[in-house]
Design a protein. Structure first.
Lengths: 416, 389
């Protein structure tokens, strides 16, 4: 079993916050497929399309038949640990601060041998389950995990460093009015979050659900309007130094296409859904990026909940879809900006949610509790991209297969 | 086709430029010193050689082509041997065939590297694409961690103990005390070996080589040339070389020597029992033990027992790494691949001074190199027979 993490003591303000270092971030182009798989929580290796050989480390040609027709495919995760070591000396600043560090050699059931991180509960001779995770540099790495769940296994320091687990962390949900806020706050606290701050815009307006949120122990409601830079800056001044995970749930949505839509609504959608992300990133980002190695409750993730219309528009929500596509693009840029600082940007794509603004749409719709579960699971697994609900998953698959065909299907009616 | 012998081609003029822990000088400087010394040994001027074989990790941005102009050499044969621990045997093989065929008359084989503060970390950081993609991000233990994994597997498989590896290291330190150029000057006891600071379990401090700056060289020429110059020299009875042996082995418990060993002894015309000393590539003791097995001095898995039963010191019944090896002399980058070869050449020509094995005439030297990912990809060996004028 792993040693359970104890709640970190209050931070000594006289102590210097450790300057973040990163593990080696350089990768070949071929190896980037590992990071892509890790971002989505998959375990994928290079397969030769001609002879079927599975190979690792990633190459530019098949090591059996020299074909260059290589594809990353989801691969069986079973493996056996052949050897292990505990590294006590490293010239690399990141690992030097974390010694000793365990490393193992595993024989994958799929064929190749890989040098990997070892979870504390596995060692030489053990059957293991392999996973790909993003490390602090935002690069995909392989870790050998116990096949069966072990006690407090998520508290293993190597595994925790590869995920954004809510345990002992302080989390900001930016908009309490989003129906996901209540189940999300509950799920985060259940996963071990120490505090959940929930933002509330225009507090003078009454809204259903406030009482339910207020009643949850560990929840603190704070003034926050993502469409107002001053409001965002003020809250960042107050809790920015202790926000370990930021989950942006603020959203403005009105049905309507492009030709008939009032541009006032469209402007509001862009202001909340796109510029809101930018405001949060500008106000909270620097503080979070400076605290990515600040002990047990370090800053780990900046999360945005988007609609899967970010990938391809639903003409019935034309302007809203445009704001989602723009928000997706902003998140991708943020990822590039935060990666060198070690802060993860997670994007959760959801299909139509079961709320008033999607009322005329047929099922399946995503229940707020299901969305909450997927967000927390994404943090626990350390993902970059999460597709919540059947519609989002289906749309992502079709988008990957052929984005143009999907566009035709969506824009000629009855696509979803 | 049966392999041709190296008859008529010899190796001579061994030179080691004494190593230092850190050096401000460049690889060019170190190589120049070794080249100058080996030429002086044979009373040759730089314009009297026409071949040059270079091994170095730290010539960047130059290559041996640029180095030829840097050193003012006019050549008709130039070779780069980027084969790390197998550089000397590989460099000799190429040079000897070229001399044999008449493409070139005299080849100076030189290896050298500098060692600045932080150059080890930088060398590691750009060592290979597989390490960049698939080992550095996993703890950045460098070769220590890679060899720790295979030492762990070897110990589990064959029952080797830390004491067995310790005997190799302790015996080499004993040898090194007779070598004034060794970086390590203090005796090493088994207790010190066993209690040393852990580096990457089961590897501890005295299992690891110390990166240093230094250079090594020798000359390859025709036998009549060596005779004309009254140089002590060695004939090379046999060589082997193998790249990426046994790729299907899940973890490296044997090296490429095991693939070629029958051919090696057949070409040599004598056997493991006929040699006076062995120089293995000792970046870690486990690799020396594997070489004892794979070169045929004992069976696979009997390495630990073989080490227990023999005295590996200069005066012992199985003199091994007589100069102290890299474990006690230091690893000067690519020159580490030359250390054993140059010492073997000194031994069989009676030039080894304080480390001389009495009456040594035949030596086997083996090379091993380049942990591209999870294992050493190169193996090589040569059998030398000394001839003194």
């Amino acid at each position: 079993m792993s040693i359970p993490l104890t709640p970190p003591p209050k931070k000594d303000p006289q102590k210097r916050t450790r300057v973040p270092t990163l593990p080696p971030a350089m990768r070949s182009r071929a190896a980037t497929g590992i990071s892509a798989a890790a971002a989505e929580g998959r375990f994928a290796l290079q397969h030769c399309e001609e002879c079927g050989t599975v190979q690792y480390p990633p190459r530019d040609a098949c090591c059996k038949c020299l074909s260059v027709d290589l594809t990353y495919k989801d691969t069986e995760t079973g493996a056996e640990v052949l050897a292990e070591t505990r590294i006590h000396a490293s010239p690399d600043p990141f690992f030097r601060e974390r010694l000793p560090w365990r490393q193992g050699s595993v024989k994958l059931d799929a064929g190749p041998v890989a040098v990997v991180h070892l979870h504390g509960d596995v060692g030489r001779g053990d059957r293991v389950r392999m996973a790909m995770k993003l490390d602090k540099a935002g690069q995909g790495v392989l870790i050998a995990l116990p096949i069966e769940r072990t006690e407090a296994m998520e508290d293993d320091p190597t595994l925790r460093g590869l995920t954004a687990h809510p345990k002992h962390r302080r989390i900001l949900i930016t908009d309490g009015r989003n129906p996901v806020a209540v189940p999300l706050a509950k799920a985060l606290l259940k996963a071990g979050a120490s505090t959940v701050f929930v933002g509330e815009a225009e507090a003078w307006r009454r809204w259903p659900g406030r009482a339910a949120l207020e009643a949850i122990e560990g929840v603190e409601i704070m003034d926050l309007d993502v469409s107002d830079m001053r409001s965002v800056t003020e809250l960042a001044g107050e809790i920015g130094g202790k926000t370990d995970i930021l989950i942006n749930t603020a959203r403005f949505v009105r049905p309507g296409g492009v030709t008939m839509q009032d541009t006032v609504f469209a402007r509001e959608e862009l202001d909340v859904n796109v510029l809101g992300v930018m405001r949060l990133a500008q106000a909270f980002g620097p503080g979070m990026a400076g605290r990515v190695q600040d002990g047990t409750n370090n800053a780990v993730a900046f999360v945005n909940v988007l609609s899967s219309y970010a990938l391809v528009p639903d003409p019935a929500y034309g302007a809203f879809s445009a704001s989602q596509a723009a928000a997706r693009s902003v998140c991708q840029t943020l990822r590039g900006e935060y990666r060198p600082q070690g802060l993860r940007v997670m994007t959760v794509y959801t299909g139509p949610t079961d709320d008033e603004w999607h009322q005329p749409l047929p099922p399946p719709k995503v229940a707020p509790s299901a969305l909450a579960r997927d967000i927390v699971n994404g943090l626990i697994e350390g993902l970059e991209d999460v597709y919540s609900g059947d519609v989002a998953k289906d749309m992502f698959e079709r988008w990957q297969r052929d984005a143009k065909v999907l566009e035709r299907e969506m824009t000629t009616g009855g696509g979803i | 086709m049966k392999r041709q012998s190296y008859d008529g081609v010899v190796v001579t003029s061994p030179v080691t430029v004494p190593y230092v822990r850190y050096s401000q000088e460049t690889a060019h400087w170190w190589i120049a010193r070794a080249l100058r010394a080996t030429l002086a040994t044979a009373s040759l001027r730089p314009d009297e050689i026409d071949g040059f074989s270079v091994s170095s990790f730290s010539l960047f941005p130059d290559t041996p082509v640029g180095l030829s102009q840097h050193l003012g050499l006019t050549l008709r044969w130039l070779d780069t041997v980027p084969m790390g621990g197998a550089s000397a045997v590989a460099g000799f093989r190429r040079a000897a065939r070229a001399v044999h065929a008449g493409d070139v008359d005299i080849v100076a084989c030189v290896a050298g590297d500098s060692n600045y503060i932080d150059s080890f970390r930088k060398l590691l950081s750009s060592f290979s694409r597989f390490s960049m993609d698939a080992t550095y991000p996993y703890g950045f233990g460098g070769p220590n961690a890679s060899f720790a994994l295979l030492t762990d597997a070897y110990m589990a498989q064959y029952g080797a103990t830390r004491e067995d590896f310790g005997k190799i290291a302790v015996s080499q330190r004993d040898n090194a005390l007779k070598n004034p150029d060794a970086i390590m000057k203090k005796p090493l006891t088994m207790e010190e070996y066993l209690n040393a600071r852990p580096i990457s379990d089961p590897i501890a401090l005295f299992d690891c080589v110390m990166p240093v700056a230094g250079s090594e060289a020798f000359l390859v020429m025709r036998e009549e040339e060596a005779n004309r110059r009254s140089l002590p020299y060695a004939r090379v009875a046999s060589t082997i070389e193998r790249v990426n042996a046994f790729p299907e082995d899940p973890i490296q418990l044997r090296g490429g020597w095991a693939m070629d060993i029958d051919e090696f002894w057949e070409m040599a015309g004598f056997g493991p029992g006929d040699i006076d000393l062995l120089q293995t590539y000792d970046d870690y003791p486990v690799i020396s033990m594997m070489q004892m097995e794979d070169l045929g001095f004992c069976k696979k898995g009997e390495g630990p027992d073989f080490v227990r039963k023999h005295d590996l010191t200069i005066g012992g019944d199985f003199p091994h790494n007589t100069s102290g090896g890299q474990l006690s002399v230091g690893q000067a980058g690519a020159a580490g691949g030359y250390l054993g070869f140059v010492e073997a050449l000194r031994q069989v020509t009676g030039l080894a001074g304080g480390t001389q094995v009495e009456g040594a005439r035949r030596a086997v030297v083996s090379g091993f190199g380049m942990i591209n990912y999870d294992r050493g990809l190169l193996s090589a060996a040569a059998a030398l027979e000394g001839v003194t004028p």
